[in-house]
Design a protein around this ligand. Structure first.
Ligand SMILES: *Cc1c(COP(=O)(O)O)cnc(C)c1O
Length: 378
């Protein structure tokens, strides 16, 4: 049996006719960039995320960049985020000439440890970017208490967390601006790159609309320098087909995750223990990834799974502070021990809405059949 880490084919097979009709509609209309499809998707995403406004853009990475631009982040500013995230969270800060100030993660949730946040704030801090990693929201109540006290806007990196909730509030609705990605393998994925910003602030929404189109107020008149980061109509049309199914897919992901976690409890008696993800009781987790921890033998376990046809991957093997291009920030190995440990000890198992029970059982059987080499160190 083969169980890929992610397989988009069953989803696309079941939606094939609707997707092709949506593409045809765009081609017939000849409106390829922004336009009515994008506008309707923006309204639908605003509603889905329980925000007043949504602004489409070219990718999740650009959403982060645009959000920081709209908050006037620039040279000399500091922006706090977590080292255990996808590269784009850090690069958006650096591209604007600002400095990422990193705060280690909570080892249970892998999200920014809010108890360490206050110590990282300086007179130069201008914003905080919590990353809702793997589809589980950061503990926003404690983060908001600190952000309010210091008057710091929050930009949510919700790229992996569309539809996730913290105490009943939707990802992307809790900060000044929320950033989403529609990269094909995300929970809501297009047929290419795409992204979206959400906000409840009309001025920020207007500014984001200008910034994504070269800072233009109207055609060929520019009030400031923006970028070209518009959402394509083709992507919007495809995403509108899929959005209708998102809640069903998220529920399926949660079911698969809870079945995995039940099955994994039985490994605690073996000589290696595979620790399932911790779900905060206040969270509605949408399981973009199902990430487990194994304190030893991680690489050997992954090789064993791959050899038996089970896809696995590490998200993410190199924390931001150890990326070569960020070496000038002056961080060193050992600065963020929980992020470094997570990078060494965690790996993702296959999860997607169409994963079958048989496939899941095979993943767990394969995992249980692993026999560690007692001399191996990891
Ligand atoms: C995917 C992702 C991004 C970037 O989104 P793109 O659409 O690929 O540019 C940013 N942050 C996180 C946490 C992501 O997972």
């Amino acid at each position: 049996m083969k169980v890929p880490l992610v397989d988009l084919r069953p989803q696309h097979d079941s939606l094939r006719d609707q997707l092709l009709a949506a593409v045809e509609r765009v081609i017939d209309k000849q409106q390829f960039v922004l336009g009515p499809e994008v506008q309707i998707l923006e309204e639908e995403i605003a509603k889905y995320s329980e925000t007043s406004f949504a602004v489409g853009c070219a990718s999740g990475s650009d959403a982060l960049l645009l959000a920081l631009m709209a908050l006037d982040i620039g040279s000399g500013d500091e922006v706090i985020t977590t080292p255990f995230t996808f590269f784009a969270t850090g690069s958006a800060i650096v591209r604007l000439g600002a400095r990422p100030v990193l705060v280690d993660i909570d080892p249970n949730t892998y999200n920014l440890d809010t108890s360490r946040l206050a110590a990282a704030i300086t007179s130069r801090t201008r914003a905080i970017i919590p990353v809702h990693l793997y589809g589980q929201c950061t503990d926003m109540a404690s983060l908001e208490a600190i952000s309010e006290q210091h008057h710091l806007p929050i930009v949510e990196d919700a790229a992996q967390a569309i539809g996730a909730e913290d105490r009943g509030r939707r990802a992307g609705s809790m900060g000044a601006i929320g950033c989403f990605s529609f990269y094909p393998s995300k929970n809501l994925g297009g047929a290419g790159d795409g992204g979206m910003l959400t906000t409840n602030n009309k001025n920020l929404a207007d500014r984001l609309r200008r910034l994504r189109a070269h800072g233009g107020t109207n055609e060929y008149h520019h009030s400031e320098v923006g970028i070209n980061s518009r959402l394509d109509s083709l992507q919007a049309a495809v995403l509108r087909v899929k959005l209708k199914f998102l809640d069903r897919w998220s529920a399926a992901r949660r079911n698969k995750a809870s079945r995995y976690s039940d099955l994994l409890l039985e490994t605690s008696v073996l000589e290696f223990e595979v620790i399932p993800p911790f779900v905060r009781p206040e969270a509605r987790h949408v399981f973009h990834q199902y990430v487990v921890r194994i304190s030893r033998y991680r690489d050997a376990m992954m090789k064993h799974l791959l050899d038996q046809g089970v896809g696995t991957k590490v998200y993410y093997p190199v924390p931001l502070h150890l990326q070569q291009c960020f070496s000038n920030l002056g961080y060193h190995e050992g600065d963020f021990p929980e992020s470094e440990r997570a990078a060494r000890e965690t790996f993702a198992l296959p999860i997607y809405p169409e994963l079958t029970d048989q496939q899941q059982s095979y993943v767990i059987e394969t995992l249980r059949s692993f026999r560690p080499d007692p001399l191996a160190t990891h």
